[in-house]
Design a protein around this ligand. Sequence first.
Ligand code: PHE
Length: 339
Amino acid sequence: MQDQLNQLREEALSALIGVSSLELLDEVRRQYLGKKGALTALLRGMGQVPAEERPALGKLANETREAVEAALESRKDALSATAVAAGLAAEAIDVTMPGKAQLPGRGHPLVQTERRICEIFAGMGFEVVEGPEVETEWYNFVALNIPEAHPARDDHESFYVTDDVLLRTETSAVQIRTMEKREPPIRVIAPGRVYRRDAVDRTHSHTFHQVEGLLVDEGVRFGDLKGVLTIFAQRMFGDDVVSRFRPHYFPFTEPSAEVDIQCATCRGSGCAVCGQSGWLEVLGAGMVHPQVLANVGYDTSRFNGFAFGMGIERLAMLKYGIDDIRLFYENDMRFLDQF
Ligand code: PHE
């Protein structure tokens, strides 16, 4: 029995050496010390042992149990330490590794320009509104006093969807939509995309962007329009910008004007940028034609107003000195990164 106890201890201790997980450790514990384990089985034979040998054997059995328990305990400690260490190693962060560069996002130059324009007019009390890109002839032409025979209504200038429906050729359509929905006083700007059947070159694109402006109230004067647009030009291009109003024609305004700014490259003396004229055209404007106000049912004896429209691409090109409109649509990072 003594030998069997010693052998059990040897076996248990050597079995523990190979144990590599806490689950296997439990298995070993059950196998040697459990209720149905080897030690219990041995002790059942105690009854056959002569009474005088029992105390010594009992003592040995206790020592054996304690020895195996101690070994189990220390193996358990070692295994959990290894598990913790492995966990830590797996989660370790190498703080010396180079970081991932965060590329800060920013708006496309056209988006930046549109935001700047809207911001300037918001500062003068204009509210931003929007209209659909697919329009009917009523909003795009008829209500704007553009007669049937006007060249802009020719198939070659517009993209028609059906006989009566087309991609809007100007944001002026939003003037009508706004006036139909609201009563004066009105003070809005309408940024958006427009489409024209133009061949693409350095200064033309079939798809481009405009910002429309409309103010309707009582007693509006041309001087109000001049003031608003002069302030706009100064905010956009700098306080020292020189601007001029030149008579022009639009069917939906009367009188109409185009606004030029003095060429920043030659300061007005004439160069390649301004085609030797010393001036660069930036927008179209005028007092809203009474027929347009009548078309939306306004009382023309009481209300009048002004409107203006500008190309966002054109303004961005002037502001940043860009000489080819196509650069805006190519998404070449070498171009975009400069803004
Ligand atoms: N709609 C005109 C254009 O596209 C611009 C404009 C708007 C002119 C409002 C006068 C008043 O050229």
